[in-house]
Design a protein around this ligand. Structure first.
Ligand SMILES: [Zn+2]
Length: 188
């Protein structure tokens, strides 16, 4: 019997994208994860009274009284969004029915807008509950929306670098912001 040749991995699960198999190589995340777990990072989701300039600085695409949508500053991939409730809660069962419903709509809306703006081939969607599951900010529930592109697991190492990523974030924000225009309410 001949040797079986190694089969290339053609599918990536959310767990893979978030570190379990690491086909998406995102070394810039390690320092941030370490700081967040030591409690050295303020909660990035608890924000109030943001000016338009501050929102651009924080890459917040939309926010209303129930949820906000922002670019992940330490992305797994181009267009990686985070959707979080405004309330600092750690798990979905701590949300009210209205919040759960609004957040589900927000996740769906983010997928629709990313599809229209970036034309990804697929998505990884999900949330990590607790540090054991890989959450950087375990105290504040948030959903990851990670667009996937053909060949992205090979592409990202070639462009890795904090400077490149920060330029990419500003450009991604510029592309996505109009898609979210008018979808938010006043930040309180
Ligand atoms: Zn918070």
């Amino acid at each position: 019997m001949g040797r079986r040749s190694a089969r290339p991995k053609v599918e990536t699960t959310l767990a893979d994208a978030c570190g379990a198999g690491s086909p998406l190589w995102a070394p810039w995340r390690s320092a941030y994860i370490t700081r967040a777990r030591r409690g050295q990072e303020r909660c990035i989701f608890c924000v109030s009274h943001l000016s338009a300039a501050a929102r651009r600085r924080r890459f917040i695409l939309c926010a209303d009284k129930i949820y906000l949508v922002m670019l992940n500053r330490y992305p797994y991939n181009a267009g990686h969004l985070l959707v979080a409730p405004r309330r600092h809660v750690s798990s979905p069962e701590l949300l009210g029915r209205e919040e759960r419903s609004a957040l589900a709509e927000a996740v769906t809306g983010a997928v629709v807008r990313l599809r229209a703006a970036l034309h990804p081939a697929g998505f990884n969607l999900g949330a990590n509950l607790g540090q054991a599951a890989g959450a950087g900010f375990a105290g504040h529930l948030h959903w990851h929306i990670v667009p996937r592109f053909a060949g992205d697991a090979n592409f990202m190492p070639a462009v890795a670098g904090i400077r490149v990523i920060s330029q990419h974030l500003a450009e991604t924000f510029r592309v996505l912001a109009p898609r979210f225009a008018g979808s938010d309410g006043p930040i309180s």
